[in-house]
Design a protein. Structure first.
Length: 96
């Protein structure tokens, strides 16, 4: 009979890297960036697009709202990744 290796859990690693904290910061940053970009666009600070493009189905506001969601998720992912990599570097340096 061969012994099965014990199951390992990634929970201690996730906790050590502060992934939950980093994800919360990333989500807040992404949301803030998307809200600012959407407000900037709604305020027409980027210039008028009326009549120069067609926005099927959702209209101009709907498409820019969807783009804001994509911007928020991409920014959140980027910030979370960078913060988690920073946590990893600090953890490795303190262990060596």
């Amino acid at each position: 009979m061969s012994e099965e290796p014990p199951e390992t859990s990634v929970a201690p690693l996730i906790e050590a890297l502060s992934v939950r904290r980093n994800a919360a910061i990333g989500a807040a940053t992404g949301l803030a960036l998307a809200v600012l970009a959407y407000a900037f666009r709604l305020g027409r600070a980027a210039g008028p697009f009326t009549g120069t493009r067609q926005f099927p189905v959702l209209g101009e506001t709907g498409w820019f709202l969807l783009l804001s969601v994509v911007l928020a998720s991409a920014a959140a992912l980027l910030v979370t990744t960078v913060l988690t990599l920073g946590s990893l570097v600090l953890l490795v340096r303190t262990e060596l």
